[in-house]
Design a protein around this ligand. Structure first.
Ligand code: SF4
Length: 563
């Protein structure tokens, strides 16, 4: 991701089962309990439409400066336009829990640019590159929701930054907040030869119809959407609030299998199939029905019990389907098939022929990090090889699309020159790191710079082995799991640990998780290895030992998760 930072301070025990809140008192479900707000967040959302904060930013705060910002806007409504304060520099992770938010936050902002499906033209790339250099000290991170995030943004520069983005069709609206967040869409939508259905029309229809709709801008919490028609199952569909997964119905043709109620964080839960087949014609209405169920029935009393997964835990998929059909659609949906086991490379790295005979090239930016000059260089490269389309991916990769066969070699060399590797080593390819201590107010340990140090070394140390399978690793700076602690072969949860009486940054280790996107036929949450904590400075040694043991002990084709 990564980031995020409307992530909540943890409260349920990590890995705890998801239980709906007890019914002794109102859970704040609008359709059941009425709309009386039951916590401070619900109060500020009802007091003033969060999206209206834009006018105050443009007319007051950008002129009068940081000190003039109302705290309810600063720590609440700003998110509806993708703005968070970033962490003050120099505060070590051991103090995160001891300080309140005002002490942790800087006067600079993280600005998330919403890129549904991660699609960018050359012109858009150039605009983001220039904005990054002009207003964000050259920063630009790809998130695991296909967005791009800038850091070091001053409130004074926000109106001009938005103006430039909007001039080329980009936006930051509902980048964060209790809203329909940026959608994950298959990065090879419309171009992959083996695609079951092109999800582009559905993603565009949702965006055009409902983005910024005030009726959907006060949800109980965030609402994440994923849409793919790729047999590689490449959008982490098990951990989104709603997912449309391409399937072929034996009589009705290509359409979607519907999944609801997945989410990670501190009480992880995989989404469940409702068992319905959603035709391309019905898909927009079904999305609108599910998001309104969340708006109307979602729990609003406690924020850490407000995600859709808690409602699904109470209702189960059968009741959810009945409410969707009876109250929101007014008709039954046909039963439908489940997706087949994943096939093909879901990270889309390397050179691949498109269905139109041209090629896409997938490359890895180091730990998901770009900068303004790289974006500008990428736009120039795209132009020189005849491409006008780039996409970001949920695994923080970049794809250059539509490259003619005779320019592929030049494009590969150009990407490499920009530091974007089309053939990365196993750990550089399969590791994600969240924002961590550098900018995130909730962070306890450093992540991206640690990853930058350890991944190349791991690949070098393990070069003498026959590691022929993906081993996924995620480095999270706190329990909030922005890059998925529970769904990686090696999931690392940042915390301060004690070694020989000395406190130091380290990680609780989780092993054996994975999703279809990681090539797993069946998704599974990893297990916490009780008592197994690794100091950050010992991470390379630990992972090397673990992988060598796996290679020694595995039987035949056994994957890391099966081992
Ligand atoms: Fe998310 Fe990482 Fe920040 Fe924790 S430290 S909230 S996991 S970005």
């Amino acid at each position: 991701m990564t980031v995020h930072t409307d992530a909540q301070p943890p409260s349920p025990a990590p890995g705890a089962s998801v239980r709906p809140p007890r019914k002794a008192r109102s859970n704040g479900q609008w359709s059941v309990d009425g709309q009386t707000p039951l916590n401070a967040n619900e109060v500020f959302k009802q007091e003033g439409a969060p999206l209206d904060v834009r006018e105050r930013i443009e007319t007051v705060y950008a002129t009068e400066g940081f000190e003039s910002i109302d705290p309810d806007d600063l720590r609440g409504r700003f998110r509806w336009w993708g703005l968070y304060t970033q962490r003050k520099q120099g505060i070590d992770g051991g103090r995160t829990a001891q300080l309140d938010v005002a002490e942790l936050e800087d006067h600079y902002f993280l600005q998330r640019i919403r890129l549904d499906g991660g699609s960018l033209s050359r012109e858009q790339l150039r605009v983001i590159g220039r904005i990054s250099n002009d207003f964000a000290r050259g920063t630009a991170d790809i998130t695991d929701r296909q967005n791009i995030q800038l850091h070091w943004v001053r409130i004074e520069d926000v109106p001009e930054l938005w103006r430039r983005l909007e001039e080329v069709g980009l936006t930051t609206i509902e980048g964060c907040g209790d809203t329909p967040r940026g959608f994950l869409v298959s990065p090879v939508a419309g171009i992959a030869k083996d695609e079951i259905i092109d999800p582009t029309p559905l993603a565009q229809a949702i965006r055009q119809t409902y983005l910024g709709d005030p009726e959907l801008a006060n949800l109980p919490r965030k609402f994440k959407t994923a849409i793919s028609g790729s047999p590689a199952l490449d959008v982490l569909h098990e951990i989104n609030d709603i997912s449309f997964v391409g399937v072929e119905h034996p009589e009705l043709g290509a359409g979607y299998d519907l999944w609801v109620g997945g989410a990670l964080s501190t009480a992880p839960r995989l989404g469940e199939r409702l068992g319905v087949f959603v035709s391309p014609q019905d898909a927009l209405e079904v999305w609108y029905g599910v998001i309104r169920i969340f708006r109307d029935y979602g729990y609003r009393r406690l924020r850490n019990k407000a995600r859709l997964k808690f409602l699904m835990a109470e209702w189960g998929p059968q009741r959810f389907r009945e409410v969707l059909q009876d109250e929101y659609l007014g008709r039954a949906l046909p039963d439908g098939p489940a997706p087949a086991a994943p096939s093909g490379d879901s990270d889309h790295i390397g050179v691949h022929e498109q269905k139109d005979g041209r090629f896409w090239i997938g490359a890895k930016p180091p730990v998901g990090r770009l900068d303004g000059d790289t974006l500008l260089g990428l736009a120039d490269l795209a132009e020189s090889v005849g491409s006008d389309r780039v996409r970001t991916t949920p695994l923080q990769n970049l794809l250059l699309l539509d490259v003619p066969a005779e320019r592929v070699e030049e494009a590969v060399a150009g990407l490499r020159e920009l530091g974007l590797e089309p053939n990365p080593g196993n750990f550089q390819r399969n590791t994600l790191a969240c924002t961590g201590l550098e900018f995130c107010k909730l962070a306890i340990v450093e992540t991206k710079s640690l990853a930058a140090q350890v991944l190349a070394e791991l690949d070098e140390r393990l070069a003498d082995t026959d590691l022929d399978r993906r081993v996924t690793m995620t480095i999270n700076g706190c329990p909030n799991s922005c890059v998925r602690i529970q769904t990686a072969d090696i999931g690392l949860k940042g915390q301060i640990i004690t070694v020989d009486g000395e406190q130091m940054p380290g990680f609780q280790v989780h092993l054996g998780g994975g999703l279809a996107t990681d090539g797993r036929p069946e998704a599974g949450l990893g297990r916490t290895v009780r008592g197994l904590k690794v100091p950050a400075k010992g991470l390379v040694d630990y992972v090397e030992r673990l992988v060598r043991r796996y290679l020694d002990e595995r039987h035949d084709e056994e994957s890391f998760a099966q081992w």
